[in-house]
Structures are given as C-alpha cells and as structure tokens.
Design a protein around this ligand. Structure first.
Ligand SMILES: C[S@@+](CC[C@H](N)C(=O)[O-])C[C@H]1O[C@@H](n2cnc3c(N)ncnc32)[C@H](O)[C@@H]1O
Length: 260
C-alpha cells in the first residue's frame, strides 16, 4: 500500500502540524537532561516529515539528521535548512529497512510514524537497527496512537485547523473500521487536508494507509524482547511529570527507551 499522498505536500503538512512542536522539543531536551548521555548533541529524527522538530532543535544547537520515505518532505527539509543556515541533513530512507550512517546520542520517531511497522518482527528488527546507531546509553523516544477506549480501536477521528499567513490547513485523521484485521492488529487510517488559500479551497485525500495497533503492554514486551533497550518510562503527554496511566490516558503514548 502506498504512503499517504498528503506527504507529497510538505508545506501544507508543516502548517497543519505546527501545534505543540515547541513542547515536544522541550520534552526531548528534558529526556536528554534526565536520562541521556552527557553532552548529547547528535540527534536523529526517524520519519522526520517537514522537519518541524529538527528546525527548532537545530536552532537550539543540536546537530540534526533525519530520514523520511517521502522525497518531497526530504527536499523541503534540506531547502529550509540551507536557507536558514541550520545544521540539518535529511535523506530518503525507510524505517522498516534502516540504512544509515553515523552514531547518534538520541533518536526519536514522533506522531504515529512508528505504527508503519506492521509486525512484531518488524518492530523488533527496527529497534535493533536503531540501537545499532546509538551511542552507549543513547535514547530512543517514540510517540504513537493508542486507543483511549476499546471502542475507539479502528474508529478514532480527529480534526484540527492551523493557519499561517493566508493559508489555512484543516487536517482530518480518520480510521477505517471496516478494514480491521483483528489477528494482524492492523487497519487502514487516512489523512485528509482541506486547504484554503488564495480564495479557493482544495481537498487532498491521502488515501488509506495500513497501520498497526500497538498496545502499551505489548510494546513493553517487544522492547524487552529486542534485548537492546530498557523502557525507562511511558507518558500520557509530552511531560515527564505525567506517567501514562488510566488517568492520563490520551490518544498518544510517548515512550522513553535507553540503549543497554
Ligand atoms: C505523520 S508524519 C510524522 C512526521 C514527523 N515525525 C512529525 O512528527 O511531524 C509521518 C511521516 O512518516 C513518513 N513515512 C511513512 N512511511 C515511512 C517509512 N516506511 N519510513 C520512513 N518514513 C515514513 C511520511 O512520509 C511522513 O513524513
């Protein structure tokens, strides 16, 4: 199944997803301070999208590398980095078959990108590949959807709107319940962008994308069975003071892994 067509439109993605990015970068820095290797400067963004985290972190002094399957996203990131003289290098890559150079103090994979790993084998292989590119004690942070209620499995819908200049992007995230495979724990989800610009409105439908349901306990077991990471903590938001629990359950679970 092809990746969502919305990823061919990095500028609209950058506008639509700009919310909360500073707070997510603050969280990365708080994790590095609390748990990372001393003097951490080299960071890897897996599935970097439009580079919304990388540009903020590079401006804060980190050396950023990113990979993404979408050539349009990668070109957008590299053009912005050159324009703004930021230490960012993005390249086309697939998180299911990581082929990277270099060693990093920490890596992160945010906003559901991790759920493109569809099987337990794919998740464990990915974790081992990431660990192979981390310095001793390096961190790997993940952030992906989990259902806050059972009946939301395959039924989640979110929409929000962001404006920059005279462009407004309304983002619709939806899951297709008819596509659920309860054995494989996979289903199709979809992103739709409604873009208002220059007095016109256009709709960009991403098309269905196969994704995996990964439950909290299962994730812990997969991390353990990878043999390369210790799960330091899970959070109900980008906040180290808010452990993931029944009370803090939100639609995103943020996990902090440390390389053994
Ligand atoms: C929801 S976006 C998240 C982007 C970014 N992490 C963020 O937080 O804004 C998912 C990104 O993953 C990329 N992607 C999809 N499949 C991928 C794969 N197999 N390997 C690497 N990147 C992939 C898409 O092109 C897209 O940029």
């Amino acid at each position: 199944m092809s990746p969502s067509a919305v990823y061919q439109h990095p500028r609209y993605y950058a506008i639509g997803y700009q919310w909360n990015t500073e707070a997510e970068c603050d969280f990365i820095e708080a994790c590095l301070k609390a748990h990372g290797p001393p003097g951490a400067t080299r960071l890897l963004d897996i599935g970097c999208g439009s580079g919304r985290h990388m540009s903020i972190l590079a401006a804060r002094g980190y050396r950023m590398a990113g990979i993404d399957l979408s050539p349009e996203m990668v070109a957008y990131v590299n053009e912005a980095a050159a324009r703004e003289h930021l230490d960012i290098s993005a390249s086309v890559g697939d998180l299911r078959r990581l082929a990277l150079a270099g060693t990093y103090d920490a890596a992160f994979c945010f906003m559901d990108t991790f759920r493109f790993l569809l099987t337990n084998d794919a998740i464990v292989s990915h974790l081992r590949a990431v660990a192979g590119h981390l310095a001793p004690g390096g961190l790997y942070l993940t952030d992906f959807w989990v259902p806050s209620r059972w009946e939301l499995i395959g039924n989640e819908i979110h929409q929000w709107e962001q404006t920059e200049g005279d462009t407004t992007v309304r983002v619709f995230y939806l899951q297709h319940p008819e596509s659920i495979d309860p054995v494989a724990q996979t289903f199709d989800d979809e992103l739709v962008f409604e873009v208002q610009e220059g007095g016109t409105t256009r709709e960009i439908r991403g098309g269905p994308t196969r994704t995996r349901l990964i439950l909290p306990q299962e994730f812990g077991a997969l991390v353990e069975s990878s043999g390369v990471f210790t799960l330091l903590g899970r959070y109900g938001d980008f906040d180290l003071a808010r452990p993931f629990s029944r009370d803090s359950l939100s639609w995103r679970m943020v996990s902090v892994l440390k390389r053994r």
